[in-house]
Design a protein around this ligand. Structure first.
Ligand code: NAI
Ligand code: MG
Length: 355
């Protein structure tokens, strides 16, 4: 099988870490029977300044018509609003219907904290439909702004089903000998239906119904109210296996959970739709360290593995995860964000050797 992968480095350290994803794919053992071809694509603020479009039509077109998956680095957002500029990754998610954002947060085996969770965030609706309006109140409150929070049965169902599938897949990996802190698969449904009984109520009921389907037999269903969940997430992170959440809660929980494992430079994500996945490190363009060859490439390398998982290449993904874990456990080539002295290039080379 040959997979065609779009490479979108974006801005800042995106340019330094995305090549690591490509090199890792090229270093996979031939015995897997996998080949890759690559196409370089543009997006981001620099692209916007050069061409007037943060996400050129050509990028979308090539992804849609030629590619099986993609790697996306990071883009800079200007600190002040710039006319005509809006985030290309948000637009990409929409144009390719990448309805799930998946973020695994995991410590290495030698870490006593033993955190191993995946946050599955709905990516297409909730408050992020961006239907806002501002008006002058008739009753002396001055300006009033409001936003639509939209939750649909279809989106809630498909995101919960994806969470169920991920929980099962993780269980299969454990059964095959992968170490884990979890004895059995569990999905935690996140909501605030005690207050938002209609919107979050619909999400909760639909997610529960989706997970009660016989095909998810064996996957325990847990549910939590988002605020008390944050407390538990920080007090007892080892409790969580798979978390499913509407867009806004998922956005917040996934950045919060990333803080549990030390560095943003370790945390991957994937934007997933039907038969297409974009791997994307969780961090931004990190202008404070760009150009110094010290960015940690691991978030991108893990995002590359995550992309492969969703393209049904789990074996290849497992090899990459294992090489990264071995690099971290040995601790000889760690980048400065992890307390080490290694350059980006040295971390990449160590991981390639292990592959
Ligand atoms: P950031 O994630 O770029 O950086 C936060 C801190 O973490 C910085 O001190 C940075 O040096 C460090 N860091 C991040 N990634 C690292 C890595 N791989 N290795 C070592 N250290 C790393 O977030 P910040 O500073 O808030 O945003 C910078 C720019 O990135 C802004 O323009 C922002 O809009 C954009 N951004 C883009 C994202 C995306 O494309 N998905 C996500 C977050 C921010
Ligand atoms: Mg975020």
């Amino acid at each position: 099988r040959t997979l065609r992968i779009g490479l979108i480095p974006g801005d800042g350290i995106g340019k330094e870490v995305i090549p690591a994803g490509r090199r890792v794919l090229e270093a996979l053992p031939a015995s897997l029977g996998l080949k890759f071809s690559f196409v370089d694509l543009q997006a981001g603020f620099e692209t916007f300044e050069k061409t007037g479009a943060a996400l050129p039509d050509k990028t979308v077109e090539v992804l849609k018509t030629e590619c099986d998956g993609a790697l996306f680095g990071a883009v800079s957002s200007p600190s002040k609003a710039v006319k005509g500029y809006s985030s290309p990754i948000v637009a990409l998610r929409k144009k390719l219907d990448l309805y799930a954002n998946v973020r695994p947060v995991k410590t290495v085996a030698t870490d006593p904290k033993a955190i191993d969770m995946v946050i599955v965030r709905e990516n297409t609706e909730d408050l992020y439909v961006k239907e806002e309006r501002t008006f002058d109140s008739p009753d002396g409150r001055g300006k009033v702004a409001e936003a639509v929070k939209r939750i649909s049965e279809r989106a809630s169902h498909r995101i919960a089903a994806m969470a169920g599938e991920i929980a099962q897949r993780r269980q299969n990996v454990r059964a095959a000998g992968g170490a884990s802190v979890h004895a059995a698969p569990m999905v935690t449904i996140t909501h605030k239906s005690n207050v938002l009984s209609q919107t979050d109520g619909l999400f909760r009921a639909t997610a529960r119904a989706a997970l009660e389907d016989p095909r998810f037999r064996g996957v325990a269903i847990d549910e939590q109210i988002v605020d008390s969940m944050v407390y538990k997430l920080f007090r007892q992170p080892e409790f969580y296996d798979v978390i499913v959440a509407p867009n806004l809660y998922g956005d917040i929980l996934s950045d919060g959970a990333a803080a549990l494992v030390g560095s943003l430079g370790l945390v991957p994500s994937a934007n997933v739709g039907e038969g297409f996945a974009i791997g994307e490190p969780c961090h931004g363009s990190a202008p404070d360290i760009m150009g110094q060859n010290i960015a940690n490439p691991i978030a991108t390398i893990r995002s590359t593995a995550l992309m492969l998982e969703f393209l049904n290449e789990e074996q290849a993904a497992a090899k990459i995860y294992a090489a990264v874990d071995a690099n971290l456990e040995e601790g000889k080539y760690l980048s400065p964000d992890l307390g080490g002295k290694a350059k980006t290039e040295e971390v990449i080379e160590d991981i390639l050797r292990r592959l």
